[in-house]
Design a protein around this ligand. Structure first.
Ligand SMILES: Cc1cc2nc3c(=O)[nH]c(=O)nc-3n(C[C@H](O)[C@H](O)[C@H](O)COP(=O)(O)O)c2cc1C
Length: 208
């Protein structure tokens, strides 16, 4: 079972990455689970140009550091999007990455190709924010749920940490970090359980 973790913060070892490392440590407790981190800030990914090229071919016409990521996402069993909240939404790095999946939206909704249908592949959002605003994660949740739908991933839930701002602040939220380790363990056990039973996890209610 392979998990792909997409880091969307420009801050190396920042709060969202600390949360992601805790989830990863839970995943690593299962000997047959593999995982890979991708740090978006180190890559050159052009924003979607809205050219419509993918409408016909389901493939993006832009050739840049995003190109190999399509295959990595196709091949993973669980996708984790990790982002700080910027202006009540995802970071620019995360949103730019997500917009480029218009090619996958085209594959599903224009070419009508369902991907790895019947498998219990899931997507999860990890996010951190400085404030504790009631709606602070709404934009990020909605965007990632729509991404997961386009990728034929079920919504595997989210772990959202409020009130973390300064570099290192996440380390003080020990309870949330414990939850993150548990989430990592569950990501792997759910995959094996659902593979056996072919059952399904109900998606969390999507904010609209
Ligand atoms: C450009 C920018 C915009 C931000 N906007 C918000 C915001 O709208 N709401 C909020 O609660 N925190 C906001 N923050 C704070 C970050 O979400 C917070 O510091 C987060 O923990 C950073 O995670 P990181 O260390 O992984 O980058 C903003 C920070 C920056 C740099």
């Amino acid at each position: 079972m392979h998990t792909l973790i997409i880091l969307g913060s420009p801050r190396l070892n920042g709060n969202s990455e600390t949360l992601a490392q805790a989830v990863a440590s839970g995943i690593r407790q299962h000997p047959d689970a593999t995982l890979e981190f991708v740090r978006l800030n180190n890559l050159r990914i052009s924003p979607c140009q809205g050219c419509g090229g993918c409408n016909k071919t389901s493939t993006c016409v832009i050739n840049d550091d995003m190109t190999p990521l399509y295959e990595k996402v196709d091949n993973c069993d669980h996708l984790i999007i990790v982002s700080p909240i910027y202006f009540y939404g995802l970071s620019a790095q995360s949103k730019t990455f997500i917009d480029r999946f218009q090619a996958r939206w085209a594959r599903k909704y224009l070419a009508k190709i369902r991907f790895r249908e019947g498998e219990q592949r899931q997507g999860t959002l990890l996010a951190t924010a400085a404030t504790d605003g009631k709606k602070v994660f709404d934009g990020a949740l909605l965007t990632t749920h729509i991404l997961f739908d386009a990728l034929d991933l079920k919504c595997g839930g989210s772990l959202l940490a409020k009130g973390v701002d300064q570099f290192g602040a996440m380390h003080k939220q020990t309870q949330t970090l414990e939850q993150a380790v548990t989430l990592g363990q569950e990501i792997v056990t759910d995959w094996h359980r659902l593979k056996k039973t072919d059952g399904s996890i109900p998606a969390p209610t999507q904010p609209m």
